[in-house]
Design a protein. Structure first.
Ligand code: AHG
Ligand code: MN
Ligand code: MN
Length: 331
């Protein structure tokens, strides 16, 4: 065996998130660095939550808390922990004037009225999977505020519509922890290296395959789905597609983004608007889908075109590979 070269013995670790953010910022001559700082704050909160999740089986942090959130859903302890961690990181970071969280009815004013941005987030997504050591995630959506700086943020900062997002993304706490985000040009993914405490660029310019053979849907609700969804599911079965459903939107979305596939959370007879929340689940993932070449529909048109009316409104979601989304909505 020939000896390794010096280069081979000490391969570069790759591009850190910080360096990537700085390099991207320098291509915008008027960028002030505030959005960059905000992304770093989100990454920091993600690292802390990743640490908490990894210890969940050892400390009394898994399981239900005996409380309900604004949606009337049982809160897991980690839902509460993740919510606090994110709010604290964004308050301390100073760039965000207000936050909308799945866990709180009203917007949270950070006290940073000079901040130019607002963030809508699902601090912990897929929380029913915490107890059983299955992948979960965080979803975030960033807007530039429309209310004047140095005054309080208001409802209209959050109800601008999905097309006004300046950045969006998610953190996946899976077999490794990953941050995937877009500031509007391209989608990039970073894998967390625990030993370095850094996110390293691992998935450059993610491009959604236009076709796929995976469908992700809760078939337990099949009988309540509209006929176009039932027809599409039958088509998938007849054509040898694989069903893959974690029950963590971030995990299901991420798999389909890399491999090609579609995630469906339809309306049902019982829940005509489906389950997922528009502002901090559907919009940010629709943004990532479109920026990577995929699509997101509510069954009638692009999710990003929906005009929002309230903080916690719900929407059906069909998201993933472009031609699969096209097919389901006309099936
Ligand atoms: P959350 O944990 O934030 O309430 O969201 C869970 C969501 C989503 O992650 C997942 O895809 C979906 O709920 C699963 O719902 P079903 O159990 O109805 O399939
Ligand atoms: Mn969620
Ligand atoms: Mn949640």
């Amino acid at each position: 065996m020939s000896p390794k070269t010096a280069q081979e013995l000490a391969l570069p670790v790759g591009v850190t998130l910080d360096r990537f953010i700085m390099a991207s910022q320098s291509s915008y001559p008027y960028a002030t660095g505030e959005l960059s700082q905000l992304l770093r704050d989100i990454a920091l909160a993600g690292k802390i939550i990743s640490r908490e999740i990894n210890r969940a089986g050892l400390v009394d942090i898994a399981g239900g808390n005996g409380t309900e959130n604004v949606q009337g859903e049982n809160q897991q302890k980690l839902d509460i922990v993740a919510n606090i961690r994110f709010i604290r990181a964004l308050k301390n970071g100073g760039e965000v004037c207000a936050i909308l969280s799945e866990e709180d009815e009203d917007i949270i004013h950070t006290g940073n009225d000079h901040g130019k941005y607002v963030v809508a987030m699902d601090p912990l997504d897929g929380s029913s999977n915490i107890d059983v050591n299955v992948s979960i995630g965080t979803i975030f959506s960033i807007y530039r505020r429309v209310t004047p700086v140095n005054g309080p943020a208001s409802t209209k900062d959050f109800l601008q519509g999905g097309r006004k997002q300046v950045a969006a993304g998610y953190i996946l706490y899976g077999s490794s922890t990953m941050l995937v985000y877009s500031t509007g040009e391209g989608v990039n993914g970073f894998t967390y290296d625990h030993s370095l405490g850094e996110f390293i660029l691992s998935h450059k310019h993610i491009s959604s395959p236009s076709e796929g053979k995976i469908y992700s849907v809760n078939e337990g609700h099949y009988n309540g789905y509209p006929s176009f969804v039932q027809n599409y599911i039958t088509f998938c079965k007849d054509n040898g597609y694989s069903a893959r459903y974690i029950g963590s939107l971030v995990g299901d979305f991420h798999r389909n983004l890399l491999k090609g596939g579609i995630y469906l959370y339809p309306s049902t007879v019982k829940d005509p608007k489906g389950k997922l929340r528009l502002l901090y689940e559907c919009y940010p993932l629709a943004f990532i889908a479109e920026k990577s070449g995929g699509k997101a529909s509510d069954g009638f048109g692009p999710v990003l075109d929906i005009i929002p009316t309230s903080f916690h409104q719900r929407s059906p979601l069909y998201v993933g590979s472009g031609s699969m989304v096209d097919q389901v909505v006309k099936a």
